[in-house]
Design a protein around this ligand. Structure first.
Ligand code: FAD
Ligand code: FES
Length: 257
C-alpha cells in the first residue's frame, strides 16, 4: 500500500562524489516496501513544481527509516539538496514494482552512475549472495563502494570511463567476464543509463542469464494516472514505467524507443 505523508529529514550529507545521501523518518512508508528498486515520489519545492522520483537506496521497517541517494541535477533535486535536518518533506511511496529476488539467490548487480544506489538495497535486503559491477565516469564520481564491499559476499568490480579506477571502459565487459568465468548467476539486476542497460541485456541474452532492468523515464503523477511515463514495450503495448515498472525483464523492453 502506498502512503502520502510528511517525512522528517534526519540526515543529509554530501558524498565525496558530489551526490547527496538523505535519511528520512518515513512515517509508515518503510514498512510498506515490498522489494528493492521501488521509489519515492518527493515533492521538491513549493507551488507547481512536480514531485521527483528517487529510488529507495536502503530502508529499515523496524526503525521506520528510508535512505535515498541523489544527484542535484536540476531545479527539483537542487532544492532537495538544500533541505536541513529537521525539515519535513511531502513524500508519496513506496511506488513501482522493484526487483524480483529469491532470498538466497545469486545475483550480479550492475549499476551505472546514479543508477547505483537502489542496487545497494538489493544486496542488503534481497540477497547477500551478490557480486556488484559498478561503473562511473571517473574515480571522483564513484560512490557507496565501502557499503557494497560490506554487503556483497561476491565482492565488487569497478569500471570507469576514463580508467582512473578499475577497468578502463564500460561495465558490459566486466559483466561478460563475470558470466563467462564465475559460477552460475540466478539473475542480473541492472540500473543505469539506457545504453548501458541495453548492452548488459545483450550480454545476458547471449549467455542465457535472466536480466531485470530498472528504467528511467520522466514522471508526472507516479501512480499510473497521467501517461507522462508511458512507453511502448517490445510487444508494442503501452506500459506505465511508474506502475508496471520501473523494473522490467530485459526482453520486454523496446530498446529502440
Ligand atoms: C524510477 C526513478 C528512480 C530514480 N532514482 C533516482 C535516484 O535514486 N537518484 C537520483 O539522483 N536520481 C534518480 N532519478 C532521476 C531523478 O528523478 C531526476 O534526476 C530528477 O527528476 C530531476 O529533476 P530536477 O528537477 O532536479 O531536474 P530537471 O530540471 O527536471 O532536469 C535536469 C536534467 O535531468 C534530466 N531528467 C530529469 N528527470 C529525468 C528522468 N526521470 N530520467 C532521466 N533524466 C531526467 C532532464 O532531462 C535534465 O537534463 C530517478 C528517476 C526515476 C524515473
Ligand atoms: S507518471 Fe503518471 S502515469 Fe506514470
Amino acid at each position: 500500500m502506498r502512503v502520502q505523508t510528511d517525512c522528517n529529514v534526519l540526515e543529509l550529507t554530501q558524498l565525496a562524489s558530489g551526490g547527496w545521501t538523505m535519511t528520512l523518518e518515513s512515517h509508515g512508508i518503510a514498512e510498506q516496501i515490498t522489494a528493492p528498486g521501488q521509489f519515492l515520489h518527493i515533492r521538491c519545492g513549493q507551488g507547481q513544481l512536480l514531485r521527483r522520483p528517487i529510488s529507495i537506496c536502503n530502508w529499515s521497517a523496524r526503525r521506520d527509516l528510508i535512505r535515498v541517494v541523489f544527484e542535484a541535477r536540476g531545479e527539483g533535486t537542487r532544492w532537495l539538496s538544500r533541505r536541513q535536518v529537521g525539515d519535513n518533506l511531502d513524500v508519496l511511496g513506496p511506488l513501482g514494482n522493484g526487483f524480483a529476488m529469491e532470498e538466497n539467490g545469486r545475483y550480479l548487480l550492475v549499476g551505472g552512475g546514479i543508477g547505483v544506489p537502489p542496487l545497494l538495497g538489493c544486496a542488503v535486503q534481497g540477497s547477500r549472495n551478490c557480486t556488484a559491477v559498478l561503473g562511473f565516469r571517473s574515480a571522483g564520481h564513484a560512490m557507496l563502494l565501502e557499503e557494497f564491499g560490506q554487503a556483497c559476499l561476491g565482492g565488487v568490480r569497478l569500471a570507469t570511463d576514463d580508467g582512473s579506477l578499475g577497468h578502463h571502459g564500460f561495465v558490459d565487459t566486466l559483466v561478460r567476464h563475470e558470466l563467462e568465468q564465475r559460477q552460475r548467476y540466478d539473475g542480473v539486476l541492472a540500473c543505469g543509463p539506457k545504453p548501458m542497460l541495453k548492452s548488459v541485456a545483450v550480454v545476458c541474452r547471449e549467455k542465457g542469464v535472466p536480466c531485470q532492468v530498472s528504467m528511467e523515464e520522466r514522471m508526472g503523477c507516479g501512480v499510473g494516472a497521467c501517461l507522462v511515463c508511458a512507453c511502448r514495450n517490445a510487444q508494442s503495448h503501452y506500459v506505465h514505467v511508474c506502475q508496471d515498472g520501473p523494473v522490467f525483464p530485459a526482453e520486454e523492453v523496446d530498446w529502440n524507443e
